[in-house]
Design a protein around this ligand. Sequence first.
Ligand SMILES: Nc1nc2c(c(=O)[nH]1)N[C@H]1C(S)=C(S)[C@@H](COP(=O)(O)O)O[C@H]1N2
Ligand SMILES: [Mo]
Length: 269
Amino acid sequence: MKPQNDKTGLIVPDVARRRLIAGLATGFGALGASVLLGGCDRLVTSDAAQRVVGSTQKLTQAAQRLVASRESLAREFDASQIAPTFRTNGTTNPQQAAYRRLLADGFSDWQLRVGGLVERPASFSLAALKAMPSRTQITRHDCVEGWSCIGQWTGVPLTQILDAVRPQDAARYVIFHCADHVYGAATPYYESLDMVEAHHPQTILAYGLNRQTLPVANGAPLRLRAERQLGYKQAKYLMQIELVDSFASIQGGKGGWWEDRGYQWWAGI
Ligand SMILES: Nc1nc2c(c(=O)[nH]1)N[C@H]1C(S)=C(S)[C@@H](COP(=O)(O)O)O[C@H]1N2
Ligand SMILES: [Mo]
């Protein structure tokens, strides 16, 4: 994928951007419809994908929060609908030296650091996370580049981590800092959720995919699954979680790597 400088001087993968625009164009006229033949599919003509580069973010978020309760669940699927191979996208094999070292040791030295606006900052080893109560869910991942894929994810509900570190009243967003610099960018991938999505029962930190250890290509050792949100929200290669009251001081200030390059922050499906 050939990166290209955009107006802001940021590196944007040209192919990804063209695919997004093509995906959006083919989606019109089929609002909310999706072709689902099982497993991974070309598609996704969801209205969410069409909204990503639109200007209706605030309205959409408010409307979705009105009709869908804080707890309403994303659809879960049957085991027979799981794709044989879960598709990969973005970074699939981080080259950063720190990540290579952790991978070489089977992530035995890896720790998830959790801090920012919390009463009790803490670090969690992979073993500690795996010892906590887990949730397994079979869901469909929708990427705005025009594909979807059904997979079974196992991990720790983010709520449990937040309960352990005790967010301060001022905390409004949870930032997910990743190990990889996608498409050779100068800064690592990152994403964010608000507190409602962070506490949602289907928001988990996943270490398992289809009953196996999460593969490197899909974000080992730990990735976010926030099932009411589009693919770019599902941060892989998690290193650190930070609670903040605003995005202003984080990278481009828009709450995510793709958001800093024009995607909408609200990515509710
Ligand atoms: N750290 C990191 N997380 C990421 C990305 C990435 O490049 N780096 N790409 C995002 C996008 S656009 C998608 S569609 C999904 C792809 O996840 P997959 O490789 O498991 O399919 O990861 C998301 N999370
Ligand atoms: Mo994506």
